[in-house]
Structure formats: C-alpha cells, structure tokens
Write a protein that binds this ligand. Structure first.
Ligand code: ZN
Length: 282
C-alpha cells in the first residue's frame, strides 16, 4: 500500500505512473483522515480497513500538491555515520551506538519543494526514512518492523558551517527552512521483497552523486528502533532519517555544494523519486 498527503488530505495511491489516488476520508465515510497524521494514530484499524474495504472514486494526483507523508511528526530522529563507506569517506570511526540528532519538524517539506539555499555550504544527503505506525517503547529487534508504518525517501539537507560550528550544532545546521524534504509517498513494508536491502541514490541536474544500497547500514532499522525505544517512546507518525551513504559533497576533494537553480533528485528502489528544486537566498 502507498499512502500520501495530497494538499492536506490522506490518499491511497493506487497507481504511481501517472499518480492516481483515492481520498481516504471520502472512501471511509469519514472514519479515517482527512489528515494523514490522524491515520498513523489509528494505524492498526486503518490497515485492517484499507486491506479489506478501501474503494472510492480515483482522481489524478498533482505531484506539486504532495506534502511529506508524515508532515507534522511529534519527533524527528536522524542518524549520522550510519553507512560504513560514508564513515570511511569522512575519516570518522564507526560509532558504537547510533549517532542520533534531530531535525526540527518545521523543516519538513514534500515532493517538488523549492528550497532556498542560505549559503554556499549546503550539502545533499539522500536517506531512507522510516515512519512509525504503532507506538514503540522497549521494542526488541525481532518486533521492530511491526511498529513501522512504512518507508519513504528523505533528503537530510545540511548547512555544513552551522552543523560543525560552535561544537557541532547538527540540529540547527540541518533545520533551515525546507531542509527536510520527504516523499513522494509512504510505501508499507509488505511491498518490498527485502526492506533491508534497497538501492538508493541521488543526482544533481542528472549527474549521479550518491549510489548505494541500504545493506551497507551500520545500524539496521530494527536495531535503530530497539535502541531508540529503549530510551523513549516512538509515536505514530514519528520519523527516523536513517543516515546517508557515501558521496556527500563535504567529503569530496575539492568539496562541492548545492547551487541555486539545481534540481536534486533522490530515489529509492520500490518507492520512487523525490524531486527538490534549489534557489538562491530568499
Ligand atoms: Zn544525514
């Protein structure tokens, strides 16, 4: 099942090329939705209904109206140095526990977002993003997937001067307006042959700059959920940016960063392509 937020209303995506959806609040006679956040809060009931009874008038989706599949999470977690080859390219030691930080939720945007670059030091980071379905507290790795609503594509856009300034301000350097593109939709885990081994990458104006697989992750999705939920509760709709693979601009020689006018396209096998447009300082 694919789920999207189309202009503030939750839709079931029935085909992706072209994208066509069913409005969930209409199809369920108001039982679920209209906001996608309300659906994550009743995830088990919703999936039971969607698997059995979901039907309704289908309509074309305008991709410019696709907001992030979890547009207002209570908590956003992001993991640094979580791909072996990315840790190597940065010269950092592999962490013994997940290197966790936050992106403030207000930075989240969706498909076809236009993001203003605040400086000449903004970098790309394609990431597999997990959206939580069932609340998770002290969950074991074996039970972790049962707490996941689905997966989507994210960009952990990063202003490197702020990120590494004043003793590592990751939360600020990665939370400028629009720095959390996510989308275009959520794909439930049953749609993947193996959700632990997906191809992912991104390109700038068609030139591939990251190209990897999620089996290079240091801490798997179940491991992240187990370790985070040992400390706090993960709530429905919460988001985990699971880390970026190698190929970021800051680790290149010479270093390279995003420029106004560029198109950043991020893809993950089985999900699709997230498009982000970059402009100059507003
Ligand atoms: Zn990242």
């Amino acid at each position: 099942m694919k789920l999207a937020d189309h202009d503030g209303r939750a839709v079931l995506v029935v085909t992706t090329e072209p994208p066509i959806g069913i409005d969930i609040a209409t199809a369920s006679d108001g039982r679920f939705g209209p906001s996608i956040g309300a659906i994550y809060d009743r995830w088990d009931e919703f999936t039971a209904w969607a698997g059995a009874a979901a039907d309704g008038p289908a309509f074309p989706l305008d991709e410019r109206s696709l907001r992030a599949p979890s547009p207002e999470p209570r908590q956003v977690f992001a993991i640094g140095l979580n791909y072996r080859r990315h840790a190597e390219e940065t010269g950092a030691q592999l962490p013994a526990i997940p290197a966790t930080f936050t992106k403030f939720p207000a930075c989240i945007v969706g498909q076809e977002a236009t993001v203003a670059l605040p400086s000449e030091k903004v970098d790309w980071e394609v990431e597999l993003v997990v959206v939580i379905g069932r609340p998770a507290r002290n969950v074991t790795e074996a039970d972790a997937w049962a707490h996941v609503a689905g997966l989507t594509i994210g960009q952990d856009l990063s202003e490197r001067d702020v990120q590494f300034g004043a003793g590592f301000q990751f939360a600020l350097g990665k939370s400028y307006e629009g720095f959390g593109p996510m989308g275009p939709w959520l794909v439930t885990t049953d749609e993947f042959a193996d959700p632990s081994n997906l191809a992912l990458g991104c390109s700038i104006d068609g030139e591939t700059v990251q190209d990897a697989r999620t089996d290079d992750l240091v801490f798997s999705i179940p491991s992240l959920i187990a370790q985070l939920s040992a400390i706090l509760t993960l709530y429905p709709g919460d988001v985990i940016f699971t880390g970026t693979p190698s190929g970021v601009g800051v680790a290149r020689s010479p270093q390279r960063f995003l420029q106004p006018g560029q198109l950043l396209e991020s893809w993950i096998e089985g999900i699709g392509t997230l498009r982000t447009h970059l402009t100059g300082t507003p």
